[in-house]
Design a protein. Structure first.
Lengths: 181, 291
């Protein structure tokens, strides 16, 4: 890590956005940070291979690590990988005009809705709409067929609609959030 | 009720907005601590300190050297990688250009994607002008907002083949060094490509740009003017171009290469006119700077 300026530059430039992806995949901030560190160390070790497309390499490592973690957690049913309404993701500071914890919490309602989806559906939503990957690339990264990506996406969208209730609300909240930034 | 496509288009921006305030820890420091912890555990469990030292040494040696920075004096190597990187920029990439003028306080920021463009000019940190251009197959719409005069102007023109007079001069080996800053990221990249292909740039070591160690390519001094391009050692794309005259900085242009995400594409939306601004006629607008 210390002697590789190229890798360091990559980490400085990309760790913020990769951490956000990790939070959405892992579901909580603590595990996300941990998984991202492991993914970055793997990337550093294989930098000669990874340097052509380091972000894709880390993303693949993150997906694999999250999958391993879910498998481990399945064997230990007392732990839940995704706690609905978990407050592990630090809350964003609310603008003065919104004010109040309730409204601040509302601003994270889609992260929470996403956390209630099954792992596979959550992955396709994060990769396709947060990372803006096309279907083919999402399929390759997850090791599934494009058809499965599409069907998982459709199921996830239906589930999100159900969780979110009035889907038009997402528009209001998005508008509200973008006005706040 | 939103359609699936509408809902899908809103998920990404909404998630980004919800996670916008997420703190970003110093990941490099965390990685070093983690590696140090791992090394301590390795030392503790091993019965042979010599073996532990060898493992630790192997860990360090496995860190690959930084080929880009190692080749920071190798003009042919850097030129070839820059050309490859420019060729590999995906179509539809949004170029972001921030122009800082050392001689006055103006800063111009441009988002560019083909004919679509948004330009903001700041003076002493205040937004003073904003203009945007959107193009369809038949029309080109431009909106210009003057925040100083609280005026705005909109023009819609029919799109036709550009006349020879309207076309900017082609950049060649003969004029690349003389041509001023085009103020347009794609033209600047073309200029860089020409400078590289004509062998006018020399790899000149490294410099720190925004906390990143970048490779510096420089042109020989010409009437006292020198241009330096700073290349990312990760992507080999330019991240800064700086022009100096007799050692004094004149201009600094910072680049970013943005994927066409929904949030980035939103940067190219035509500017909205704040309430209370007065609409100007074309002739009045022509008198206005930057219009």
């Amino acid at each position: 890590v210390r002697d590789n300026p190229e890798f360091e530059a990559f980490v400085r430039a990309r760790s913020g956005s990769l951490l956000r992806t990790a939070v959405l995949l892992a579901g909580d901030y603590g595990h996300a940070e941990d998984l991202l560190q492991v993914a970055l160390l793997r990337t550093a070790r294989h930098w000669r291979t990874a340097r052509a497309a380091p972000q894709a390499y880390v993303r693949q490592a993150l997906v694999n690590l999250c999958r391993d973690r879910w498998r481990r957690l399945k064997a230990r049913p007392r732990e839940s990988p995704m706690l609905p309404g978990s407050s592990d993701v630090p809350m964003v500071a609310g603008p003065a005009e919104l004010g109040g914890a309730e409204q601040v919490l509302q601003r994270r309602f889609l992260v929470q809705a996403l956390s209630r989806l099954p792992a596979g559906q959550r992955q396709v939503i994060v990769l396709r709409y947060f990372e803006d990957l096309p279907v083919a690339e999402t399929a390759e990264l997850l090791g599934i067929s494009p058809g499965t990506v599409k069907s998982q996406t459709a199921r996830a969208m239906a589930a999100l609609r159900e969780v979110l209730g009035d889907a038009d609300g997402i528009n209001e909240h998005t508008q509200e959030a973008s006005n706040a930034h | 009720m939103l359609t699936d496509d509408q809902l899908a288009a809103r998920i990404g921006p909404r998630l980004r907005a919800e996670l916008a305030g997420l703190p970003t820890p110093d990941m490099l420091a965390a990685l070093r601590r983690r590696r140090a912890r791992r090394a301590r555990v390795t030392t503790a469990v091993t019965t042979l300190p010599v073996v532990a030292a060898a493992i630790a040494a192997a860990l360090v040696l496995n860190e690959p050297a930084a080929p880009a920075v190692q080749h920071a004096q190798d003009t042919a190597y850097v030129d070839s990688h820059v050309t490859q990187a420019l060729d590999a920029v995906p179509a539809g990439t949004i170029s972001y250009l921030r122009m800082n003028f050392a001689l006055h306080s103006d800063v111009t920021v441009t988002w560019d994607r083909g004919p679509a463009r948004l330009v903001e000019t700041f003076r002493a940190g205040q937004l003073v002008f904003k203009s945007g251009t959107a193009v369809t197959s038949t029309t080109m719409t431009s909106v210009y907002v003057n925040y100083q005069d609280r005026t705005w102007h909109r023009s819609v023109m029919r799109v036709g083949p550009p006349s020879a007079a309207a076309r900017p001069p082609a950049i060649s080996c003969d004029n690349a060094r003389q041509l001023g800053i085009p103020g347009d990221a794609s033209r600047m990249v073309t200029k860089l490509r020409v400078l590289v292909s004509c062998g006018m740039l020399k790899a000149d070591g490294t410099a720190t740009v925004g906390g990143v160690t970048a490779i510096r390519l420089t042109t020989p001094a010409n009437n006292g003017f020198t241009t330096a391009w700073y290349i990312s050692p990760v992507t080999y794309l330019p991240i800064r171009e700086a022009t100096t005259w007799s050692g004094r900085l004149l201009e600094e242009n910072d680049f970013q290469w943005l994927p066409p995400t929904t949030a980035n594409l939103a940067k190219l939306n035509l500017p909205t006119v704040p309430p209370g601004f007065t609409q100007e006629s074309t002739s009045a607008c022509n008198q206005s700077p930057g219009c």
